[in-house]
Design a protein around this ligand. Sequence first.
Ligand SMILES: [Zn+2]
Length: 168
Amino acid sequence: MRFLTSGYSADVDSVLNNALFTVDYNEMVIVKDIDFYSLCEHHLLPFFGRCHVAYIPQGRVLGLSKIPRLVEIFARRLQIQERLTNQIAETLREKIQPLGVAVVMEANHLCMAMRGVEKQNSVAVTSAMLGVFREDARTRSEFLELIRMPGIGDRVPREVLQGAACAE
Ligand SMILES: [Zn+2]
């Protein structure tokens, strides 16, 4: 359990600060299919799946390997998927001040599969869209296309967010 919640004691700054680079690049950076494993804070049961992260830099980029590391820091806590998604996006916004950040997470929740009646195979999808990803539909759909989740753009963000938490 200590290992599964080790994200509480991880220091985001010490993980990220030596990997920030100044560059003249302002195209979308995407890291997709990041595996993650977390624990729901209501039932202490695992939820796990894949996370897709994108940002559009504004003179500053983060070493690519740091993005999965960031996902891990927040996943190894007692979580709800919505908060996890937002924490990753907000931290990226704060640390690299990009033009925009997008995070999509898709996960299977064992508390839904083990406790629910008709939800054994359902996948919860959450997203956080900041900056240009929120304001510009073309940027957002380019991202969603690149992570190959066509159709999800229509549901982003609120209806999907509301359905994901295992709040019962
Ligand atoms: Zn749960």
